[in-house]
Design a protein. Structure first.
Length: 188
């Protein structure tokens, strides 16, 4: 059985953000038959513009994202909620990965979304919008995986989410489902 590579894209650019730490938790708790890699570099990617997306215009940050996505077997999208929706940086990454149309690096790969917010709703609106964007981009969004974590300030305080047994377990389950979905696609 080969190793499943999961690429995590985080919608917050803050180094110490809860969502970044949730992605780091996924790295730490990934089962032995998988690895999770948090992509660093979304801040360097220009807003999607078809005029920039040409064969003769190689943008290093976009090349790095697309190469990491091409090497990935599955995606873990981790999002906060900005003004009731998906952060622009995460949506922009999905836009770049959806191209070329019909053959983007996200196409037909399993996708799971995790959202977190200090509010009680756990960034549900961003969670749903992220799932929608990934689905339209061609990803196989896992319908049975919905992890939205609310009340993060009370839940984590100054601690890291991986120190919270319940949340670490939930993240482990998400990664395990991604790994199983990837294996099912290969075996199909």
């Amino acid at each position: 059985m080969s190793n499943t590579n999961v690429l995590a894209l985080v919608g917050s650019l803050r180094v110490g953000s809860v969502n970044r730490r949730l992605a780091e938790t996924a790295e730490a708790v990934a089962p032995g038959n998988s690895s999770v890699t948090v992509f660093d570099g979304l801040a360097d990617i220009p807003f999607y513009n078809e005029d920039l997306d040409t064969a003769d215009n190689s943008i290093p940050a976009v090349v790095a994202l697309r190469e990491a996505a091409a090497d990935a077997d599955a995606f873990l999208l981790v999002t906060p909620e900005y003004n009731g929706t998906i952060p622009a940086v995460l949506k922009n990454a999905i836009d770049w990965l959806s191209r070329p149309y019909g053959a983007g690096a996200i196409k037909d790969k399993p996708v799971a979304v995790v959202s977190a917010s200090p509010s009680g709703n756990g960034a549900q609106w961003a969670h749903e919008d992220t799932r929608k964007a990934a689905r339209i981009a061609g990803g196989k969004v896992l319908e049975d995986v919905t992890l939205a974590i609310g009340g993060t300030i009370d839940k984590f305080g100054d601690g890291h989410p991986r120190e919270n047994v319940e949340v670490a377990g939930q993240i482990t389950e998400v990664v395990e489902v991604l790994v199983r979905a990837t294996k099912e696609l290969v075996d199909a």
